[in-house]
Design a protein around this ligand. Structure first.
Ligand code: MLT
Length: 323
């Protein structure tokens, strides 16, 4: 009988080792065929996926041999955690392995917005040499407003501070004097203050019932007309139509969207906007992050399949229905 089903493009030395030790099926496009996935999931003891495979209650219920879901990443929005809990299946994840790569990308986006880098690149490749058009601003001395001050938000703050920015953050789950805030010299404050005072607002929140559609017309209306908006968390926390309208009406200066409501993203009004940078959800797509992610998730899946325990898990360390 097969052991492990991999439904997205997850590769690396640790994955090669997993293939040697267990009967693995590598089906990197299967996330696009949910009916086919549903039909075969019952054969497997482990499922490994990124954020594109929809791991629904129906899929989990059909996984009658499933012991572990290995989520190669950190977001849980594509996993029905309640269903996994009910069926006693471990949900292993990689909570820290992406952090630095995403934070570095946010710094890159800050600078790209401030210096209009992606537009300047397109313009120069089109044969122009228009220096006045690409008059930008420094990020040093500006205020970065961070919404969600977990691992990625606080790591971004540390890097931004090193570049001379002031950092403020909103996180209703943290105390104002928490270690993360003290270490990064970041003042925790209200969402209203973050939105009304920051020169850049960056989101680092999960998508769930509480946050879905959290950024709409009212939130963009509070931002300064000179401010920029960066989303590298989850597309579903932003009302994209409201963001497009805020940009069209110059209520904010620009945006960088690394994640989208629907992925892959369909053509949209953002495509024609010079002040919007769009990326295909690549925050964690670095050699280093992927090495760490794949190593950690393969280690935990292998441990469960051998009767052991996961080190990083969203619910419990070993299957509940194990004798
Ligand atoms: C994550 O949740 O870890 C990131 O969005 C990257 C991913 O899922 O591939």
């Amino acid at each position: 009988m097969p052991d492990v089903l991999i439904t997205e493009n997850i590769r690396g030395a640790a994955m090669d080792a997993l293939h040697e030790q267990f009967a693995c099926t590598f089906a990197p496009d299967l996330w696009q065929q949910p009916d086919e996935l549903l039909a075969i999931i019952g054969e497997y003891r482990a499922l490994i996926a990124r954020n594109q495979t929809q791991i629904t209650r129906e899929l989990i219920a059909a996984g009658t041999r499933l012991e572990v879901i290995g989520r190669a990443g950190v977001g849980m929005d594509n996993v029905d955690l309640d269903a996994a809990n009910e069926y006693g299946i471990v949900v292993a994840l990689t909570p820290e392995q992406n952090t630095n790569s995403v934070a570095e990308l946010v710094i890159g986006l800050l600078i790209a917005l401030a210096r209009k880098l992606s537009l300047a690149d397109r313009d120069t490749k089109a044969g122009r040499w228009d220096r006045p058009r690409f008059h930008g601003t420094e990020i040093s001395g500006k205020t970065l407003g961070i919404v969600g001050f977990g691992r990625i938000g606080s790591t971004t703050a540390l890097k931004a501070r090193a570049l001379g920015m002031t950092t403020i953050a909103y996180d209703p789950y943290l105390e104002a004097d928490c270690l993360r805030a003290l270490q990064s010299c970041t003042r925790l404050t209200s969402l209203e203050e973050v939105l009304t005072t920051a020169d850049y607002v960056t989101l680092h929140i999960p998508e769930n019932e509480e946050t879905r559609g959290m950024f709409g017309a009212a939130e963009f209306a509070q931002m300064k007309p000179s401010a920029y908006f960066i989303n590298s968390s989850r597309g579903g926390v932003v009302q994209e139509a409201a963001l497009a309208e805020a940009l069209q009406q110059h209520r904010i200066s620009g945006a960088a969207l690394e994640v989208r409501q629907q992925e892959p993203a369909a053509p949209s009004t953002f495509d024609a906007m010079d002040n919007v940078i769009q990326l295909p959800h690549i925050g964690a797509q670095t050699r280093e992050a992927q090495h760490r992610v794949v190593t950690a998730i393969c280690r935990d899946v292998a441990a469960i399949l051998r009767g052991g325990e996961a080190q990083n898990f969203a619910n419990f360390s070993k299957p509940k229905n194990r004798c």
